[in-house]
Design a protein around this ligand. Sequence first.
Ligand code: FAD
Length: 306
Amino acid sequence: MLRSVILAASRSSQVERLVATAPYTRDVVRRFVAGAATDDALRATRGLVDDGLAVTLDHLGEDTVRPEQATATRDEYLKLLKMLGDAGLTPAAEVSVKLSALGQMFDEQLAYDNARAICAAADAAGTTVTLDMEDHTTTDSTLEVLSRLRKDFPSTGAVLQAYLRRTESDCRELSSAGSRVRLCKGAYKEPESVAYQSAREVDKSYVRCMNILMSGDGYPMLATHDPRIISIGEDRARWFDRGPERFEFQMLYGIRPEEQARLAGEGYTVRTYVPYGDEWYGYLMRRLAERPANLVFFGRALISKK
Ligand SMILES: Cc1cc2nc3c(=O)[nH]c(=O)nc-3n(C[C@H](O)[C@H](O)[C@H](O)COP(=O)(O)OP(=O)(O)OC[C@H]3O[C@@H](n4cnc5c(N)ncnc54)[C@H](O)[C@@H]3O)c2cc1C
């Protein structure tokens, strides 16, 4: 219930104004977002890489409605990739891209062209791209763009969401050799017709999907903070004899950093998803929807008189 309310608020410009102007919002944002500028993203990446973690960088922004916004997003990624390459931070750092920020909502071909330019820049910088997955109305389009991109850039990564009923079948489709697939639970509000609604059903689906990916020929990227699922992931890695070059764990910036360090210390590949940029609202609201404890922290900020 609370999750649904927060996810609904993530689409409200009135709530966005309220949240953006609240006194302590900046402190809350700083916990989950590396900063506004490309230099902030680079600084955070350097720190994480020095600590033995891999990184995927997300320039915040989604649901773009104008071509010039989509072009600006593309250009930011091109600049970021050049800077990462010049700084020697590739291939440890790759980028995560939302097609909706590249024009998918109004012109799928434009989103493809923009994503292709980003894949080419990543390739030139010695790294790769993962296409984030958004709400279920975009899944077919995103997988279609992915398959076109993979013709020239086969290491382009996909994201599959365990809460969708279709995902076991998508995992089978995408578990072929060389296929990089990030498996996450899913962060959007989805109807019962397409998505499991209870945490238990989603967790069970996650494990079934993980089994398909870990026993397949691709490169699974297990994106979760869930201790039970991480432990099952460690178990499957032993079971299917997958060393650190054959799968990875992924977690979000600012969430369970000690667990990220622990897994890296045990020799696993661990990648931190690092968002940066001004348009943090939708991202922040999804993080709040996931965890009531974060909401308490944020509520204090909102009502503060200071
Ligand atoms: C790298 C990465 C990329 C992602 N990309 C996408 C994407 O493209 N599309 C998409 O829809 N979603 C994406 N997500 C979000 C994902 O779908 C989930 O919404 C999010 O990860 C929360 O699910 P969870 O698996 O961590 O488990 P949850 O069910 O949220 O939490 C399970 C347990 O994990 C522990 N935990 C969780 N958060 C914390 C915390 N802050 N502190 C301490 N313990 C905690 C708690 O024990 C909790 O009970 C991504 C997530 C990650 C990590």
